[in-house]
Design a protein around this ligand. Structure first.
Ligand code: NDP
Length: 326
């Protein structure tokens, strides 16, 4: 076999990607994990408290452990962004990186996760990196004893507000809905904090500042004023799939752009599997543990897929026919 050909090229360095690599290595499949940055969105999380065996761990530390585990088992890594994937006439895949390098796989696992949603209000793009931020763990440090706003009402916003309340002087949590809808444990922490003020039924309509963020406009007056003076704004309103690779492969998606997968994580294109936040699986419950389990299922399915191609019946397939749990 061509030595530069991987059994699986895994695109994405988050929980789905590294777990798939761990399982692939155990199946003796030659695998490569590719991405621009290790960790995925969870790598930005300051605290993960619901991953079994870890009472409390930073997202980055958890991901470093997964990465080390995958590397110990033989994963190869490439730190480059993939911009194009093409299926070749012989059924293998050619992946092209931003730098123009190429890598080849007998199968592809898409585990590219999600990208941050933006508010799309005036001033957001202009002041990005100068007070407009999308990751409290990465940028929170710069706001010691300052006043910040966090936008959103899901777990990302709530956990960011909790984290920032440990650093900043004042945190405004601004949510467009009636009632915050994250985990009750986060809501309890926020309600008990004197530094945090929660503004519901409120939208940010513009962000202002000369060189840095100075003020935001609100669509509902707060204390009689239609704007709020702040030093930074953390936009934590969720994330959505990046369509670049999905389009280049022509994969079927749902109406929101998530890749439609079967119970075995297969996509609409033979030889391409998807796992993690990018998929329609796990009842759309986007957690580290669900991403990891999708990665594990995908690796096993790819093992079966590649074995079918060579006409070898795998132990997993045999076990399925005699209803044994493996
Ligand atoms: P979610 O989609 O859960 O929440 C996004 C929030 O942003 C919602 O409150 C939404 O409002 C609001 N929003 C969306 N678009 C806009 C907009 N244009 N303007 C203003 N507000 C907007 O995303 P999260 O990133 O919070 O969570 C994603 C997944 O990750 C979830 O499954 C979550 O449980 C998980 N997660 C878990 C953590 C944990 O500690 N367990 C930590 C972080 C994430 P509305 O409610 O009105 O739709």
């Amino acid at each position: 076999m061509d030595k530069s050909m991987y059994d699986i090229v895994i695109v994405g360095m988050g929980p789905a990607g590294y777990t798939a690599s761990i399982y692939a290595s155990r199946y003796k499949l030659k695998n490569q994990v590719i991405g621009k940055l290790m960790g995925g969105l969870i790598g930005e999380s300051h605290k993960v408290c619901n991953y079994p065996t870890e009472d409390e761990i930073s997202g980055l530390e958890l991901m470093m452990k997964m990465q080390q585990h995958a590397k110990n088992l033989g994963a190869s890594e490439l730190y480059e962004g993939i911009v194009d994937i093409q299926r070749r006439t012989d059924g293998t895949f050619c992946l092209t990186t931003e730098q123009g390098n190429k890598t080849y796989g007998r199968s592809v696992l898409l585990a590219t996760g999600l990208k941050h949603r933006t508010l799309n209000v005036p001033g957001e793009q202009e002041l990005r990196g100068r007070g407009v931020a999308y990751c409290a763990t990465c940028d929170g440090f710069f706001y010691r004893n300052k006043t910040v706003a966090v936008i959103g009402g899901g777990d990302s916003a709530l956990s960011a507000a909790v984290y920032l309340s440990e650093i900043a002087k004042k945190v405004y949590l601004i949510y467009r809905g009636e009632k915050l809808r994250g985990e009750p444990a986060w809501i309890d922490l926020l309600s008990g904090s004197e530094k945090v003020e929660i503004l519901c039924n409120t939208n940010v309509t513009a962000i202002h500042g000369t060189n840095r963020v100075e003020r935001i406009d609100l669509d509902q007056p707060y204390n009689g004023a239609s704007s709020l003076n702040i030093d930074g704004i953390f936009i934590e309103i969720g994330a959505e799939p990046d369509r670049t690779l999905i389009s280049s492969l022509g994969l079927e998606t749902d109406s929101k752009g998530y890749v439609v997968v079967g119970p075995d994580q297969s996509t609409s294109l033979d030889g391409v599997y998807a796992a993690g936040d990018i998929t329609t699986a796990s009842n759309y419950f986007k957690q580290v543990i669900t991403a990891s389990s999708e990665g594990a299922i995908a690796a096993q399915s790819i093992f079966s897929y590649l074995s079918r191609q060579t006409g070898v019946r795998t132990s997993v397939e045999t076990a399925k026919t005699i209803k044994v749990r493996v």
